[in-house]
Design a protein around this ligand. Structure first.
Ligand code: ADP
Ligand code: MG
Length: 667
């Protein structure tokens, strides 16, 4: 239903609501308050300055009108509560003046100002029988629109003839004693008491989670039924030869991952696999073996990286690894000239390119493949949802392998990744020494410099990371530019120092990274652009300033830049104050353990950026906080999907089926 049918919404407001992703009445009603103000009736005994309260009393004396300016007037008067005399200020409601008669009983809702012993009223009611508590919904807003206005629009929308469809089958509503959908939506926007608000939220959350899990099951079924993915013959003999020629022996987990992937590639079902493993665990080589097998079967592969630096690194690694083999490998980046690009596109569509490596450039609309069989995304969570979809749609039905160094806790992964298979690499290549991590306070910087010095003396290289590129308004946060000055002061005489960050030209970035790899640069100062994938085995130390500003998984990934050879490596986390979170990194190097800790301790964090809640129809539920409910919803959905397909014509299920038909893919 069009928003303009709602009282108070015209074209202008409609535009504002659009900014909040509210396009129609359905969206508006699903725009839930992010919190509530609970205003208690107060006898003014123990209230603090700034509290919102409800208070009643008798008007004393005559109210006064004060003209502040043309558009701002206020009425002030006093009320006698049982305990005290209170001043009341009422802005811009001159029309009430006549009603504010001395001796009249009145109830005020407003904010208490202790110093002035006054209350600024937001609501006035006559009579002494106020609600004992008022629950006020607070909505996210945008400039030009207040939470109160949104509340008003929603209230009018609720009283239009909107049809509320339940997406929960009635047997499950009964099982959990859930509020009917209409009551729930009413109560969540216009709560009358805390208990019914709780019940309303429970209903809405469960519906969201149930629907989410049902979508996963539905997709899985659909995938199994309609799978027309490539069935290849795998040339195991040649693949094994390739593995034997590798400069190292694969770890057990790498071998298992490869075996699983190869058998995925053989079957008709489209592969949708997540390969997760700590930084440095050797995911790339697993990907290359898959690429090689795909090539031997006559198909093209595309390898997508989140940054140009990483794409370039993969390209070099691929060139090296496939040196002896006949694969045609190209790198496509934003710096590729348009002439080169044209050539590449032609070769891709002719099937002359076997492996293409790049960033998002790989998936622009004009890139056509002859026989795209395998798509690999590195650090998959950094790609947008649509990007992955476009790429997938380019081949007939390419197999997809996503690599991620942000491990997902097992319990969580099993639930949320219902439509994805997972391979994990937990063992690290042998000979690796664990990175030793120290936390240091900012004032201990001298000892940090000493540690750096001893690494430089050994001929090792160092990464230095800061949250910002340049100083912003004398902020207390370290930045790349000023760190370069400081480091030059300390080490300028004995070594080369360079900076790299997102604002540099790609050429420039590539050049600096190359020099760092060759050992010509000893200290590389950067923002988090080096976070993923960069591989310089001679780097033995990473120093991270303002470590408290980063998520644990980011810090863990940054730490993975070092410890990539048999030399002992160090990670130094610097912050003003010690934090338990940061101390946790001193104790463990296990990415799975760290992600579990994050899972238990964080609200919403970068950990689960992989699947943004909004896009999943989770407006209120939170997969992390409502995990128990999610598990129930998962079981219920699994049971229900079969019921749904047996009783497809049950009118009760029509809205559910409609909702399911809207989706093609969850990622
Ligand atoms: P990540 O999982 O972070 O992507 P990489 O694939 O970049 O890790 O591997 C890190 C380094 O370890 C690379 O230099 C790679 O060549 C090397 N490597 C991978 N597997 C092994 C192994 N089984 N034994 C020794 N070194 C390995
Ligand atoms: Mg990697």
């Amino acid at each position: 239903m069009d928003l303009e049918n709602i009282e108070g919404i015209g074209p202008k407001t409609k535009e504002l609501l659009k900014k909040l992703n509210i396009i129609n009445t359905g969206d508006l009603l699903k725009f839930y308050p992010y919190r509530y103000d609970i205003i208690k009736r107060s006898d003014l005994q123990n209230i603090a300055d700034g509290d919102k309260i409800i208070v009643d009393g008798i008007i004393e004396g005559q109210p006064t009108v004060i003209y502040i300016n043309k558009s701002l007037k206020k009425i002030i008067f006093r009320i006698n509560t049982k305990h005290t005399i209170l001043n009341v200020t009422l802005y811009n409601r001159i029309h009430m003046y006549q009603e504010l008669k001395c001796g009249k009983e009145i109830t005020i809702i407003g904010k208490y100002d202790k110093l002035k012993n006054s209350i600024v009223a937001s609501e006035v009611r006559f009579g002494l029988l106020p609600p004992s508590t008022k629950i006020e919904p607070i909505y996210y807003t945008t400039l030009g629109l207040s939470s109160k206005q949104i509340s008003k629009f929603i209230t009018s929308a609720l009283y239009t003839s909107y049809t509320f469809n339940s997406l929960i089958p009635s047997y499950l509503e009964d099982k959990y004693h859930l509020l009917p959908v209409k009551d729930a939506i009413f109560n969540v926007h216009i709560p009358t008491d805390i208990l019914s608000l709780k019940k309303a939220r429970q209903r809405i959350k469960y519906e969201e989670l149930f629907m989410y899990m049902l979508k996963i099951d539905y997709l899985k079924l659909k995938l199994e039924k309609t799978s027309n993915a490539i069935e290849r013959k795998i040339n195991y003999k040649e693949v094994e030869k390739f593995i034997e020629e590798l400069p190292f022996k694969l770890t057990m987990d790498q071998e298992i991952a490869i075996k699983t992937i190869l058998s995925d590639l053989e079957t008709k079902k489209r592969m949708n696999r997540l390969l997760q493993g700590d930084v440095g665990s050797g995911k790339t080589v697993v990907a290359f073996v898959a690429i090689y097998a795909n090539y031997l079967s006559g198909y093209q592969s595309a390898l997508m990286a989140p940054t140009e630096i990483l794409a370039f690194q993969h390209y070099k690694e691929a060139k090296k690894l496939f040196n002896k083999y006949k694969l045609d490998i190209v790198l496509l980046t934003s710096t590729t000239t348009s002439k080169e690009k044209k050539e590449i596109y032609e070769k891709l569509s002719n099937g002359k390119i076997d492996l293409i490596i790049g960033t998002q450039a790989l998936i622009q609309q004009n890139v056509l493949y002859k026989k795209l069989g395998l798509v690999i995304t590195d650090e998959q969570h950094r790609f947008g949802v649509n990007q992955r979809n476009i790429l997938k749609s380019k081949g007939i039905s390419p197999d997809v392998l996503s690599m991620s160094a942000t491990p997902i806790p097992r319990t969580y992964a099993l639930t949320i990744y219902g439509d994805t298979d997972i391979s994990s690499i937990k063992t690290k290549p042998i000979g690796r020494k664990e990175v030793i991590t120290y936390f240091k306070k900012e004032k201990e910087i001298l000892s940090v410099l000493e540690m750096m010095k001893s690494q430089l003396d050994l001929g090792h290289q160092i990464y230095v990371v800061a949250p910002m590129i340049e100083d912003e308004k004398n902020s207390e946060v370290e930045n790349v530019v000023s760190l370069k000055e400081k480091m030059t002061k300390a080490f300028g005489k004995i070594c080369n120092i360079a900076i790299v960050h997102g604002k540099l030209e790609n050429n420039e970035k590539g050049k600096i990274m190359e020099e760092f790899e060759k050992g010509k640069i000893n200290i590389l100062i950067s923002t988090t652009v080096i976070e993923v994938g960069v591989n310089v085995p001679n780097a033995s130390m990473i120093v991270i300033f303002n470590a408290n500003m980063f998520g644990l998984s980011t810090l863990h990934q940054l730490r993975g830049r070092v410890g990539r050879s048999d030399i002992q490596s160090y990670c130094i986390l610097i912050a003003k104050e010690s934090e338990e979170r940061l101390r946790m990194l001193e104790k463990t190097n296990d990415g799975f353990e760290i992600s579990e800790y994050d899972f238990q301790n964080r609200g919403e964090g970068d950990l689960f950026g992989i699947r943004q809640s909004g896009a999943l129809g989770l407006n209120m539920a939170n997969v992390q906080k409502d995990f128990k409910m999610l598990q129930k919803a998962k079981e219920d959905a699994e049971e229900f999907i079969n019921i749904l397909f047996t009783f497809e014509n049950n009118p009760e299920y029509i809205p559910i089926i409609d909702e399911l038909k809207k989706i093609d893919s969850l990622d």
